[in-house]
Design a protein around this ligand. Sequence first.
Ligand SMILES: [Zn+2]
Length: 193
Amino acid sequence: MGSAKTALLLTTAYNFEERDVAYLCFKPVTDTREKRSVIRSRIGIERECKWIYHDTDLYEVVTRMHEEGGMVPEWMLVDEAQFLTPIQVDQLAKVVDDYGCNVMCFGLRTDFQTHLFEGSRRLFEIADSIEEVKSTCSCGRKTIVNARIDSLGRIVTEGEQVEIGGNDKYMSLCRKCWNTRRLDSMNKGQLPL
Ligand SMILES: [Zn+2]
């Protein structure tokens, strides 16, 4: 999910390295089968990251760093930020305000049913700034929906918000194409052209 955003995070990390800027990467754990804590792009670039569990207190994590070594990263890059809990987003805001750390979160606005992720909702509510990473649907319009596609190419509109280990894939579509393909999927039960 959100591979363009992950690529952007990794590019940002690379730029920081070139300029000797201290940064750390973080990522909410969604798949516990994952052995290595890394953020990786499709083209094979990866960076180590710290896992964020559902009950991780991010303010506490930074406070501990501060107490142990006196060093707090200048930048924190968070991948898949839609999976943060609203409380964790508030903790990040406190890290910004109390420690002067810069936090950049990369993630999706909405789920496959077009509803805001709870982490994203909280970010929209309290982030200092929001930047939209635009992409284009095959019809030329701006993509809006992160559609879930099953193994037969049909649009899926029911199920858990986060499905781990399934065969479903995701595709960015504009609202119009999503609606057309969704109705086609419902009517024909097969891949719409
Ligand atoms: Zn379209």
